[in-house]
Design a protein around this ligand. Structure first.
Ligand SMILES: [Mg+2]
Length: 315
């Protein structure tokens, strides 16, 4: 099967199946056209996933489809944006129709779940790589940036952390133990927190999605906002279906795609109960700089904020 046949038989139907109102023109022309409603802004972000770097070589293509789109959409969630459409640049070692069909199956499931349409793309030959650019919209001026955190505000996360990191050792196991299932589900099917992001517009002062680990991603907020923070490790949720990720996995593990949110105390009371119930307060923002871990036994640990994964340094 060639490039054009893959597009005609698999990707064009995916675009048609996931089409939504915000897409004026989908694939087939030189560009796609997206409608941005009056009073809204276009929010967009691009992510590349390389086999052997961002997912294991030989990773199941259905899961790859879901995971790739979830990771990309998670950046929209972090800004409080509503997903609209995405473009996909796919580099494949060969045009294996069975593999591509499975990938499209995973993409379609995720596209429907997150309410985002395939609007266009490109296929080339080479080492397996997916690049996804997601587009969303947000009411003018309401995108949640990294730079708005202020001293005295709360640091919260939207769910348990460390599950994807804990899953890594079980990914290639033929029969992982039942205790690993919650971790594996988190790795294979991350759930971008779009609805929470939307509800936090106008209330959260800063947010980021946790792709590199809580300490690294919170560090990005602190740096952008020019503040410091105190984090209570004992309050960081890390329970997955009855099995706990380690504290190190919860603080430093990536790929969970929960949100780290900064909000004033008063905002917690304004949130609908369902949203407030989805937030775990894990610390507070302080004047100055730096990140301190306030351990339950009274020990205070100053941590140097990790920068996140550096693809050229490997750490
Ligand atoms: Mg992000």
């Amino acid at each position: 099967m060639g490039e054009f046949e893959l597009i005609r038989t698999l990707f064009r139907p995916l675009a048609e199946a996931t089409w939504q109102d915000g897409v004026v023109l989908g694939p087939g022309d030189d560009c796609a056209i997206q409608r941005v409603p009056p009073g809204h802004e276009l929010v967009f972000s691009i992510d590349t996933l390389v086999a052997g770097v961002h997912f294991p070589a030989g990773y199941d293509p259905v899961r790859l489809g879901w995971r790739s789109l979830a990771a990309a959409v998670s950046d929209l969630a972090a800004m409080g944006a509503d997903p609209v459409c995405y473009t996909l640049a796919l580099t494949l070692p060969d045009a294996d129709p069975g593999w591509a069909k499975s990938l499209v199956g995973g993409l379609e499931e995720a596209s429907r779940a997150f309410g985002i349409a395939l609007a266009g793309g490109d296929i080339t030959r080479g080492p397996l790589t997916l690049t996804i650019q997601v587009h969303g919209t947000v009411p003018e001026g309401q995108a949640i940036r990294r730079s708005g955190a202020r001293s005295g505000e709360l640091v919260a996360v939207t769910g348990p952390l460390g599950g994807a990191a804990a899953a890594l050792s079980w990914l290639e196991a033929a029969s992982p133990p039942a205790s690993a299932e919650g971790f594996l589900a988190r790795y294979h099917r991350p759930q971008p927190r779009c609805e929470l992001g939307r509800q936090l517009r106008g209330l959260a002062t800063a947010a980021i999605d946790i792709s590199d680990g809580l300490l690294a991603d919170l560090g990005h907020i602190l740096e952008a906002s020019g503040v410091g923070a105190e984090l209570e490790p004992g309050r960081v949720p890390r329970n997955f279906d009855g099995t706990q990720a380690t504290l190190d996995q919860a603080l430093n593990g990536g790929d969970d795609y929960e949100l780290c949110v900064i909000l004033p105390h008063s905002a917690l009371e304004q949130l609908p109960g369902s949203v407030a119930d989805s937030l775990w307060v894990v610390g507070k923002v302080c004047a100055g700089s730096g990140l301190r871990l306030m351990h339950a036994d009274g020990v205070i640990e100053e941590v140097s904020v990790p920068m996140g994964y550096d693809h050229f340094r490997g750490q």
